[in-house]
Design a protein around this ligand. Sequence first.
Ligand code: AHR
Length: 494
Amino acid sequence: MTRLSSPRLIVGMVCAILALLTLSLSSAQSEPATLRNPLTISGPDPWLTYYDGYYYLATTTGGSTLNMRRSPTLAGLKTASPIHIYQETDPSRCCNMWAPEFHLLEGPDGPRWYYYYSAGTSGTLDNQRTHVLESAGTDPMGPYSYKGRLFDPGMDTWAIDGSILQLNDALHFLFSSWVGPNQVLFIAPMSDPWTLNGPRVQIAAPEYDWEKSGLNVTEGPVALQHDGRTFIIYSGSFCATPDYALGMLTYNGGDPLDAASWVKSPEPLFQRSDANGVFGPGHNGFFKSPDGTEDWIVYHANDSEVGVCDDQRTTRVQKFTWNADGTPNFGVPVALDEAIAAPSGDTGIDPLPDITAGVTRLQGYGLDAFLRHVDEAVRLDFAPSPLQDSWFFIHPGLADDEAISIEAANRPGFFLRHQGMAVIFAPNDGSAEFAEAATWWRRPGLADDTWLSLEAFSQPGSFLGQRFGVTALAELATITSERARADATFLEVK
Ligand code: AHR
């Protein structure tokens, strides 16, 4: 009978354990990182770039602020906070900020990020124009300063979805505008990243049925260059329809400012997939994997046929390839539950395998901090962990459906309520008292009226804020300092 302590057996067992460890380690290392879409619960018109070790993502806010998310891994963008990089107060360009794009271009003081976006005046979309910020250095997070409005002095009309085409050692500005019943694509020459120095030229208009669903629209132009060839990918049809899709113009080598130099493909290259539950995919951007070997597309889409052109459009990404004839092959938009391999050179794991649809986070004013529960306690945290403790479902108010009630997404039935001046998350006991204490009026932010303050339904004049350094109700009469106003101001981040 072999004694367990015999040296040969012990050596054999150690070797077996080492072999198992090596096998498990190597298999773990060989497992490619994967991620699932969407990257953001609300993320229309996304623009995504990999630069100097980080991914950067900006999406339409629709308000008076511009944002930027940053993460060392693509999947990490899911939990990266959208940091405000600019807030506009000039009424001529204050509002409806759409379609952010940031391009690293040569400025007078060296390379700078030029952050393009559409914006207009409050209460109407009729005054949308294209604007640009300039970064102080080469950090995409900024700081940024307003640089100017881009327009053709000879035809200064509605303009959106500005983008940059660098071709034949020259800068060109691409954008979309209305001509009669059609939203068309224009190109114009640029003397620098913030100035057009010649007339705009129309290079595309809706002509095919797939560009005319809902409205006659061609918008969201973006340059794509590969192996010496140049394409402009654009979105066709009305953005509020499930038929919104991507089309392509191919540059044929002539003068880029001549419409004849751009040949349109008759069929869309990327469109809805009912089988995969993806509707209205469009308004895209492109980025490379960290090691530069892969081409990826970032786009927005709705996950239901009734989805429209609002902030419920989510940001999605997927790799694409090239056809033998040198044109891009975007494939079919992937389903949300499909695990896709992360970009080559991206070692990140997916921190949140699947984002719960419809959750909202409450960001503290001017902070990269979010409201969260800790059991029944409530506080602002810079890095809530688990992140799910800062996820909420915003419901019609339990006591008044014109107001709201805030339920912890990972503690069903637990609602934000006050007890006297204290604020807690507590289980809904179904009583009228609970309903009233857990109902909040949305009010214009006390620190910034484009943000949000929450007035207690059952204690008018008292707002969710801070008292003695903890999250609590604060009476308006005591919210007199800038700090107190900021403590009582939040942003609903989807
Ligand atoms: O998402 C807002 C605007 O809607 C985008 O800038 C444009 O592409 C679409 O019409």
